[in-house]
Design a protein around this ligand. Structure first.
Ligand code: M6R
Length: 365
């Protein structure tokens, strides 16, 4: 039931602190990850894994893209990511001792399921499904399973399924990184950060009213550009997908460094540019990309944490987010982008929970 909320999507956005807490529950013990949370055989198996392949569609694919940064940066394992509809129709070279991971809210997405079935014939060491539906085909057909505990997601636009997938992928990164690049101290630090997440998300949700006001600047626009760098690039992709899916505004995401290789030509007053700018190693680079936009008369909307030295000047609007560790940034910065898409759609009067032409679960090709 929607209860006090106008749409399921809004309700599901606000359920994220609980959904994240539920997904972490039982998987952590003190400042350790419970090794058995991927199944009893998982620990021994993960010790043998030398590479990871992740396959998914849509929003789940964006979560996979974030995980690539994490698995390579923290666990030190090579990780490749591909959309299922591409993966299933090409010949590929399967790395030695590779883990094949599928990500899916429904566990019934036709392309993802077909990719899994194909992978099972191709010499992977094992298959793992990260999924929100325990009795789904994907779960039944995979060797290992980690369920996200997002609860039922009704809105076609995926929100809490995405953030809980990110949490599950952090658990996977931990499980794979143990005995490799993650020692006990690092594990304790990462677990501590995970435990702090529900409250952090709660804090970001308080931006709701401010973002509802911001949405007014987008309603009459035809296009929007989203920029991010590093693991915020897939977050920019997710922000763009949410906006186009429910508000029908054409939105495109670019890694900010690509701007001058083409998209800069599109910039004028009619094209708002949304940037996700946490205070990380890439900030200075991103800031010079933003300057390129501002100098061409583009309207910038920058989501940045409090530490980021950025002034509101002509054409630059800054929306401040609570400070977090780099590790949690992708989760934290997703929330305002979901809210932005939601409020723009409400102002445009679209059918937020049932956007035109789309189905919740894409069970046919
Ligand atoms: O159930 P799945 O996670 O496999 O679904 C994949 C996509 O169809 C889904 O994420 C879609 O992109 C959402 N409507 C995005 O909000």
């Amino acid at each position: 039931e929607r209860g006090e909320y106008r749409h399921y999507m809004l309700k599901e956005i606000f359920e994220q602190p609980q959904a994240i807490a539920d997904t972490l529950d039982d998987r952590l013990s003190g400042n350790r990850l419970r090794p058995e949370c991927f199944g009893n055989e998982a620990e021994a198996l993960f010790a043998e894994i030398k590479a990871v392949t992740i396959v998914a569609c849509g929003t789940s694919y964006h979560a996979a893209q974030v995980a690539r940064y994490w698995i390579e940066a923290f666990a030190g394992l090579p990780c490749s990511v591909e959309v299922a509809s591409e993966y299933r129709y090409r010949r590929h070279v399967v790395p030695e001792q590779a883990l094949f991971v599928t990500l899916s809210q429904s566990g019934e997405t036709a392309d993802t399921l077909a990719a899994l079935r194909q992978a099972k014939q191709s010499g992977y060491r094992a298959t793992l499904a990260i999924c929100n539906v325990p009795e789904s085909s994907l779960v039944r057909e995979s060797d290992l399973v980690l369920l996200t505990h997002a609860g039922p997601e009704i809105g076609v636009a995926s929100t809490k399924a995405f953030t809980t997938q990110l949490v599950a992928l952090l658990l996977l990164t931990l499980a794979l990184g143990r005995g490799r690049d993650i020692d006990e101290t690092e594990e304790a630090r990462l677990v501590g950060l995970l435990r702090s997440l529900p409250l952090k998300v709660e804090e970001v949700l308080r931006l709701d009213e401010q973002i509802a006001m911001l949405a007014e600047s987008f309603v009459d626009k035809q296009h929007t550009l989203f920029l991010g760098r590093g693991e915020q690039y897939p977050i920019a992709m997710e922000g763009a997908l949410k906006l186009k899916e429910i508000s029908y505004i054409h939105a495109e995401a670019y890694p900010a460094g690509e701007l001058k290789h083409g998209p800069l030509a599109l910039i004028d007053e009619q094209m708002p540019v949304v940037a996700v700018a946490p205070n990380n190693a890439l900030l200075e680079k991103l800031k010079s990309n933003l300057e390129e936009v501002r100098a061409r008369g583009g309207q910038l909307y920058v989501f940045a944490d409090f530490q980021v030295p950025l002034d509101e000047t002509d054409g630059v609007n800054v929306i401040r987010l609570p400070e977090t560790d780099d590790l949690l940034d992708p989760l934290i910065f997703t929330i305002p982008l979901q809210l932005l898409a939601y409020h723009v759609a409400v102002l445009k009067g679209t059918d937020v929970d049932q956007p035109r032409n789309l189905a919740k679960s894409v069970t046919v090709e």
